[in-house]
Design a protein around this ligand. Sequence first.
Ligand SMILES: Nc1ncnc2c1ncn2[C@@H]1O[C@H](COP(=O)(O)OP(=O)(O)OP(=O)(O)O)[C@@H](O)[C@H]1O
Length: 234
Amino acid sequence: MLKASRINAFYGGSHILHGVDLEVPVLGRVAVIGRNGAGKSTLLKSIMNAGPTVNGEVRWEGQSIASLPTFKRARLGLQLVPEDRRIYQHLTVRENIQMAAYATAPGRKPIPAQEIVDRFPMLQPIAERGGGQISGGQQQMVAIARAIACRPRLLLLDEPTEGLAPAIVEQLAVSVRELCQAEQAALLLCEQNIWFARQTTDTVLVMDAGRIAFRGSWQEFDADPDIKQRHLAV
Ligand SMILES: Nc1ncnc2c1ncn2[C@@H]1O[C@H](COP(=O)(O)OP(=O)(O)OP(=O)(O)O)[C@@H](O)[C@H]1O
């Protein structure tokens, strides 16, 4: 479904990604893990054309999307939840979710906000609260809920567990797994939390200094303890 080939990405003169290849099949669930600064966020932004200068090929269902701006990629069904969540502080949680209508593909109806709230137990008590009056974990839930409301074909999550308490991380893993399944959405996840990545994906790529150092199943990842030592230890 998504095929990125030989991706090089740059911030000004800094060369961040070096010839990265990545594929997410229909209904695939792929994690990219790596240390701080490895280039994970840059990879997601490169796929969405949302920041770095990129060369290489990005194909969506066989068609090149390399020349498309971010909003057109979103309307094709690619939904990025960035690390900083981008919650509208002066809108309520419900209104934040309703904003999904503006990023949904033409011809597809967004999921109504009430239906989304019903499906996220954590959102029910805070649906009428302001976006600036909820915790970081709640903001993360709202950001993911808003992306799901667009009925994405591919959900791209950038470090969703950052700063969240372990109990919230567990709830988030359940919600992400269930919603991707219910909505038939594929998942591309960038994470440092290996537990969360393992709960929500079946293929893992290890990124180190802007290159993919390993790709395989979690079983293959576990079978090679050297990978952790060489590419993930700090
Ligand atoms: N806007 C920017 N301008 C210049 N350099 C940047 C910019 N954003 C990121 N970088 C640099 O690009 C490299 C990769 O950063 P990136 O955020 O992609 O890594 P990451 O793996 O997502 O790390 P983290 O887990 O800390 O978010 C780092 O060296 C970072 O300093």
